[in-house]
Ligand binder design. Structure first.
Ligand SMILES: Cc1cc2nc3c(=O)[nH]c(=O)nc-3n(C[C@H](O)[C@H](O)[C@H](O)COP(=O)(O)OP(=O)(O)OC[C@H]3O[C@@H](n4cnc5c(N)ncnc54)[C@H](O)[C@@H]3O)c2cc1C
Length: 464
């Protein structure tokens, strides 16, 4: 099957299909719309073709083909971080690259580029170790770490990016390489949080952290309790040990039949917690928060590595969710009141307004040199609005922007790429000198911009 276009030269895709073990799906194929669709259903994607890689060798063939035919190439395992930057690219899906290898004694895991955090965490049950995952078990280890990665354990151990020990990738010359700090320090620095445009990654090696005991869960309150619960959250986070991470949310569930009756059309306030420690210690730390309102439901209890991903009860199925984030130097009474005034009413247009506690080791020098560096903010706020139909995108984005505008006087510096909304640019995730350095690495490793990430450091350049 060949495709032709009036704007782009004819690409001999059948030649590529003949070389790979996986599958190549073209716009003329019935399954193309599904194959091209990102996890985030609100972001339309128009890749040139979709390649389901079965082996790392397939990725090598894909990148060499892209170089030969001046076609941008990108990897998107699922599309939680989808943007429109991959339009017209050869899109590589990596889910079949699912090898997991763990050396518990050395506290190291090596995982294929398709491995989701939930898969790795299940393999870690019983080892006394955890990876540096965030709230969703459904995002990949590779996508998370390349994008910075704010983990439940970041207050104790830094970013997911800094946990990257080594990366196996196909570079923009089509060479399959193992990269670490000793073989290519500047590329390794860029891979730690600089995004997905420094090569197509086939596997990574990450550091694991000790977690002999884990506890966590959600406290759910009526939304009317939010002012007292969020104030208690602010107080507890001021003195929290690094082992404790808390998120406070206001949640507005739409009145749709797909939702269970007890939450359908209702609003709540929630505090989510994970502790590197036991349940009794967590309950003691949470006592001021639990006492600040009427606890409707508590899931606080012991966790295993494999159940950390359940704490926030986030959707795993594809969703039309728009998000936007802002950093905060502090969570004083003024910002708390202003934010809650905006987000407590379901008419605000948001489904979720969440404040996450950062600080701790996020602000230390990273364990390994990382483009996402230190995260200076003490808190971050994340707004989420649903856009199930295209006409809903504009009001959803307006609701997000209005809530984030309130936070501007408390801005606490850049947040990693993993926290950007789909229409944001890489320039807001990095200080100017870091962005310059990332552009230098990009220029020296991929002068023709063959490899495309979701947040290109040069904007969205055409292949040269
Ligand atoms: C429900 C939900 C919860 C989240 N929670 C958190 C959280 O707690 N903390 C946090 O930091 N982030 C969080 N995120 C954001 C998420 O970590 C980022 O969007 C991340 O990039 C997702 O990675 P992915 O591979 O799953 O997604 P994708 O959208 O498939 O990939 C994202 C990008 O990563 C790069 N990439 C992925 N694989 C490769 C590869 N093999 N080679 C080269 N580049 C590659 C590409 O640039 C790609 O566009 C959350 C997102 C969602 C939807």
């Amino acid at each position: 099957m060949t495709t032709t276009s009036t704007t782009v030269p004819r690409i001999p895709f059948p030649d590529l299909a003949a070389r790979i073990d996986g599958a190549l799906i073209l716009p003329t194929d019935d399954e193309f719309p599904h194959a091209a669709q990102a996890w985030n259903l609100a972001v339309p994607q128009r890749p040139r073709a979709v390649l389901h890689a079965r082996t790392a060798a397939d990725v090598v063939h894909a990148v060499r083909f892209a170089i030969e035919h001046r076609l941008p190439v990108t990897a998107q395992p699922g599309g939680h971080g989808a943007t429109t930057a991959l339009d017209e690219a050869l899109l590589i899906r990596t889910s079949a690259l699912d090898d997991i290898w763990i050396d518990a004694d050395a506290r190291v895991a090596r995982v294929g580029a398709g491995v989701k955090w939930g898969q790795l965490q299940s393999a870690l049950d019983g080892t006394g170790l955890t990876g540096m995952l965030g709230s969703s078990p459904d995002v990949t280890v590779v996508g998370f770490c390349l994008s910075g990665g704010l983990s439940w354990f970041g207050r104790a151990h830094g970013t997911g990016a800094a946990s990257l020990r080594a990366v196996e990738l196909v570079d923009a010359a089509g060479t399959h390489r193992w990269v670490d700090d000793s073989t290519d320090a500047s590329l390794m620095w860029a891979l730690r949080g600089g995004g997905g445009e420094f090569g197509i990654v086939t596997a990574v090696e990450i550091a694991l952290v000790p977690a002999p005991e884990l506890a966590g869960g959600r406290l759910l309150f009526p939304v009317e309790d939010a002012p007292r619960v969020w104030r208690a959250f602010a107080e507890v986070t001021t003195v929290a040990p690094r082992e404790l991470t808390l998120f406070a949310s206001v949640l507005h569930f739409p009145p749709i039949p797909e939702l269970p009756e007890e939450i359908r059309g209702r609003s709540f306030c929630a505090v989510d917690a994970v502790l590197l420690g036991g349940t009794a210690a967590l309950e003691a730390l949470l006592r001021p928060i639990a006492g600040a309102g009427t606890v409707l439901r508590s899931t606080i209890g012991p966790l295993r590595p494999s159940t950390i991903g359940d704490v926030c009860e986030e959707p795993v199925d594809p969703s039309p969710a728009l998000t936007g984030s802002g950093s905060l130097v502090s969570l004083d009474d003024e910002v708390l009141t202003a934010l809650l005034d905006r987000v407590s009413d379901p008419a605000c247009g948001l489904m979720q307004a969440q404040v996450r506690h950062l600080g701790g080791a996020f602000r230390d020098d990273p364990a390994r040199p990382a483009a996402c560096g230190r995260v200076e903010a003490e808190y971050m706020a994340m707004m989420l609005a649903m856009a199930p139909v295209p006409e809903a995108i504009e009001p959803a984005q307006a609701a997000i922007d209005a809530a984030l505008d309130i936070l501007k006087p408390w801005h606490g510096g850049p947040l990693p790429l993993s926290m950007l909304g789909h229409h944001d640019g890489a320039d807001i995730a990095f200080a100017p000198d870091t962005l310059r350095r990332l552009r230098d690495v990009k220029e020296s490793t991929d002068p023709r911009c063959v490899v495309r990430g979701n947040f290109p450091v040069h904007g969205s350049p055409a292949i040269r």
